[in-house]
Write a protein that binds this ligand. Structure first.
Ligand SMILES: Cc1cc2nc3c(=O)[nH]c(=O)nc-3n(C[C@H](O)[C@H](O)[C@H](O)COP(=O)(O)OP(=O)(O)OC[C@H]3O[C@@H](n4cnc5c(N)ncnc54)[C@H](O)[C@@H]3O)c2cc1C
Length: 457
């Protein structure tokens, strides 16, 4: 079996590893080629060590409630390199009228499960709190196939919870407007909680007391990373590849189906294989598939993508005023920043003793239009205004992610089901990547593994 994988992000690399597992298990010979457009494997993840700071290129960790990445780490033998967020720092803050307030303990994305902390929080007005607490009395909503996150939060908990808590928390993770974001495609557990228990608050409270967190999640906490950053995962996956399987600086420009499978062109060179796994963004897959299946390509191209900029600032001093893992900024505050992560507080080993590493996320317009000087100036203004930090950073790393984050709009899962049905007509093709069924690294890993299963079936 000859298989080509296009894209060496976490999804493509996980597909490559799983293909080798399957080939070994089924005692089938496998010839594997991975084409990566850039000179570096890892896609949107990776870590740079810069002058005593461990600077993440994108993701600084991953959610542990979806087990695909923890399982992969175990199979790769790097389970002992997993780290959890530092327990001493717990929690994060939300900005209200330019000041920081802790997210109430027990607050879960939209649902106030810790009653006391929620009632004493200054983030909401008394009316806002009353409205949110009344969720326990509300009847179930009418059944519907999908709904926007904003509509659900407003309907169950009221507009104040949406504006002040849910929007910055959920918008921060998905880089998207909750008014457009599909609840079923992003956080189905809330919809399921309403369906099964009527009240989301009561359902989550019951789950918490039953401590029904999956074993993986319970062991690592909600987030995990690796001791030397996400690069550990990339390096380990690359290390498992057969010699010369990974072709860097090799953008696939064209694919032509053949009787047996497909041929892929990089520059003037063609490679013919039995199966192709596209581990790319929706738009990049669409570009390659347009000449082969225009309706399928159009469906892929329609998946919306958002942008952001990330300014990493490394300081040669600690700032005692920082508490928790970071700050999220509600859109209603009208500020240019979306969030800040105190990386050296959240994870061990991100900065050496006596230093601080802070990541500032700025929004779409700045990411797409501002130059580096402007991005740095805005990030420093935000540090000054929100955290009282005026010091000059020792290390500055600015990254832009333009149209890099898939945004699952209402109806996404129905569109993906139709898209996958169409893709299944091409026997040689399997789609992976985080455009389809989950935006995080565990989802990308799972998508890669499922594509590998399909390719070897
Ligand atoms: C700023 C930011 C922060 C994030 N934070 C988190 C986080 O904290 N936790 C989390 O779980 N997830 C996070 N994510 C999401 C996470 O990075 C993605 O889930 C993951 O990278 C998706 O992996 P992928 O392999 O599908 O795609 P990618 O990582 O995008 O990799 C795709 C690869 O395909 C290559 N490619 C494109 N076109 C071609 C071509 N024609 N030929 C060959 N190669 C090609 C690209 O160069 C790239 O290397 C974040 C994303 C961003 C942008």
């Amino acid at each position: 079996m000859k298989v080509a994988i296009v894209g060496a992000g976490p999804s493509g690399l996980a597909a490559a590893f799983h293909l080798q597992e399957l080939a070994r298990r089924q005692a089938r010979p496998l010839e594997l080629t991975i084409f990566e457009a850039t000179e570096r494997p890892g896609g949107a993840i990776g870590t740079d060590e810069i002058d005593g700071f461990l600077v993440e290129r994108g993701a600084d960790g991953f959610l542990t409630d979806k087990p695909a990445l923890l399982d992969l780490a175990r199979r790769l033998g790097i389970e002992d390199r997993l780290i959890r967020t530092q327990p001493t720092q717990q929690g994060a803050s939300i900005v209200k009228e330019g000041r920081l307030f802790p997210i109430p303990e027990g607050f879960s994305m939209m649902a106030p499960t810790g009653l006391r902390a929620f009632l004493t929080s200054p983030l909401l007005s008394p009316w806002g709190k009353l409205r949110a607490m009344s969720e326990v009395l509300l009847p179930r909503g009418a059944p519907r196939r999908d709904e926007s996150v904003a509509s659900f939060v407003r309907r169950r908990f009221g507009s104040e919870v949406l504006e002040r808590l849910a929007q910055p928390l959920i918008g921060g993770i998905y880089g998207a407007d909750p008014e457009l974001l599909s609840l079923r495609a992003t956080m189905p557990r809330f919809l399921d909680a309403e369906r099964s228990s009527r009240s989301v608050t009561l359902a989550l409270r019951r789950q918490a007391t039953r401590s029904s967190q999956p074993a993986h999640g319970a062991r690592y906490g909600l987030f995990a990373s690796f001791d030397r950053g996400m690069q550990v995962l990339v390096d380990t996956l690359v290390h498992t590849l057969p010699p010369a399987a990974l072709r860097l600086g090799a953008p696939v420009e064209e694919i032509i189906p053949t009787e047996q499978g497909a041929s892929l062109r990089v520059g003037h060179q063609w490679t013919t294989v039995d199966r192709v796994i596209l581990a790319l963004s929706g738009k990049a897959s669409a570009r390659l598939l347009t000449p082969i299946d225009a309706p399928l390509a159009r469906r892929l191209a329609r998946i919306d993508y958002g942008s952001c900029a990330l300014i990493n600032l490394g300081f040669l001093q600690r700032f005692p005023q920082l508490t928790g893992y970071g700050v999220v900024v509600p859109e209603v505050e009208g500020r240019p920043s979306l969030a800040m992560t105190f990386a050296s507080r959240k994870w061990a080993g991100r900065a050496s003793e006596g230093r601080e590493l802070i990541r500032v996320f700025l929004g779409e317009q700045l990411a797409e239009e501002a130059d580096d000087n402007e991005l740095l100036r805005v990030a420093q203004n935000e540090l000054r205004a929100l955290l009282g930090i005026d010091a000059t950073p020792h290390v500055v790393v600015i990254r832009r992610y333009v149209e890099a984050m898939p945004r699952y709009h209402v109806g996404h899962l129905d569109r993906i089901a139709a898209l996958e049905e169409r893709a299944a007509q091409h026997r040689w093709l399997a789609l992976a990547g985080n455009a389809l069924r989950g935006v995080g690294i565990p989802d990308a890993v799972r998508a890669g593994e499922l594509a590998a299963d399909r390719a070897m079936a």
